[in-house]
Design a protein around this ligand. Sequence first.
Ligand SMILES: N=c1c2ncn([C@@H]3O[C@H](COP(=O)(O)OP(=O)(O)OP(=O)(O)O)[C@@H](O)[C@H]3O)c2ncn1[C@@H]1O[C@H](COP(=O)(O)O)[C@@H](O)[C@H]1O
Length: 116
Amino acid sequence: MSNSSDLDTLQQLDATLAQRRNADPAESYVASLHHKGLNKILEKIGEEATEVILAAKDAERSRQRDELVGEVADLWFHSLVMLSHLDLSSTEVLACLRQRFGLSGLAEKAARTQQD
Ligand SMILES: N=c1c2ncn([C@@H]3O[C@H](COP(=O)(O)OP(=O)(O)OP(=O)(O)O)[C@@H](O)[C@H]3O)c2ncn1[C@@H]1O[C@H](COP(=O)(O)O)[C@@H](O)[C@H]1O
């Protein structure tokens, strides 16, 4: 279930991530990622995506959901760090998703295929 406090969570995290761009890498994990640069952040996203896939397969087998939820949180978190590193935030992604409301993926794909 979602509510406005879920959006607050994303906005608060965005604000923390932006603030960490000027923080000491020795005292902040996010600052250390910014300091190491985009390639390190992308490497973490790749690792976390793989962990999500493995946890999803486990969840399907065992119905254990907690690990999957934690892995998706890691993936979302590192994706937000990447956006922040590139001067973007969840705001742009949420606006993009909102624009797609009501547009079926199948209809969107059919329109795209007709253009090609
Ligand atoms: N949401 C998170 C969050 N989720 C995951 N992580 C960290 O992401 C890392 C995940 O990497 P791994 O599991 O691969 O762990 P690892 O093996 O130690 O990673 P590496 O050595 O490969 O870098 C862990 O160190 C987690 O602690 C997070 N670190 C920070 N946040 C948020 O970011 C805020 C700022 O964090 P700092 O910059 O550290 O103050 C925090 O207050 C939180 O709100």
